[in-house]
Design a protein around this ligand. Structure first.
Ligand code: BEZ
Length: 219
């Protein structure tokens, strides 16, 4: 298993766009590795098509995309034709890894024990790993096969990860780009003015503690 802050494994990937080492694929970008249970399944088709629609949004944020399932590359190529037709796209713009041996699925904790293929082999769940340019894991989420993901939420998370990597803020519930941010607890009161020249509003609470500090989103 990989924990937040760990260097993500630099595995050899067999993909629809050729073979590569995962770190070489990432380069100096951010990256998302996301798994799906199986090719030629309905929810997965809607998910991978939605990601195709959102490619310009991921590109704006400097994020590379890579999908994964335990099907072979030939199956991926066949299914891509269905996704392209379903979404009325011209082309399919990101690689899909073939994890035929399930080595990655097992080592990265992506296996869903409740979902099996016709041969009784367990399928991958819907995992999302967001990896930074430093190759460290910044976020992981795991959905069961029966629940499709919301990739607008993944974009929101990337906005938060990229902002909080640069500034001493955290993003509150339902935050969106441009919204107020919270000052992280490690910032001392005496340093607030220097770090946040636009000001800090401290919300008073019955405990008398000054931990609810809000500030404009830093640029
Ligand atoms: C689907 O993508 O529709 C799906 C795949 C595996 C189990 C359940 C649903």
């Amino acid at each position: 298993m990989v924990n937040l802050g760990d260097i993500f494994p630099n595995f050899d990937a067999e993909t629809t766009e050729g073979n590569f080492k995962f770190h070489e694929f990432i380069g100096n970008s951010w990256a998302i590795l996301f798994s799906h249970p199986a090719d030629y399944t309905p929810v997965c088709t809607t998910e991978l098509a939605r990601v195709v629609q959102l490619v310009p949004e991921f590109q704006k944020r400097g994020v590379k995309l890579c999908a994964l399932s335990c099907d072979d590359v030939e199956s991926h190529h066949g299914w891509i034709k269905d996704i392209v037709a379903y979404g009325k796209f011209d082309k399919f713009p990101y690689p899909i890894i073939s994890d035929k041996t399930r080595k990655l699925a097992v080592s990265l904790g992506m296996v869903d024990p409740d979902e099996k293929d016709l041969a009784g082999m367990p399928l991958t769940a819907r995992a999302v790993f967001i990896i930074g340019p430093d190759k460290k894991l910044k976020l992981s989420i795991l959905y069961p096969a029966t629940t499709g993901r919301n990739f607008d939420e993944i974009l929101r998370v990337i906005d938060s990860l990229q902002l909080t990597a640069k500034h001493k803020v955290a993003t509150p519930v339902d935050w969106k780009v441009g919204g107020k941010c919270m000052v992280v607890p490690s910032v001392k009161v005496e340093d607030e003015k220097t770090i946040f020249p636009k000001g800090v509003e401290t919300i008073s609470v019955p405990s008398g503690k000054s931990y609810l500090r809000m500030t404009e989103q830093p640029e």
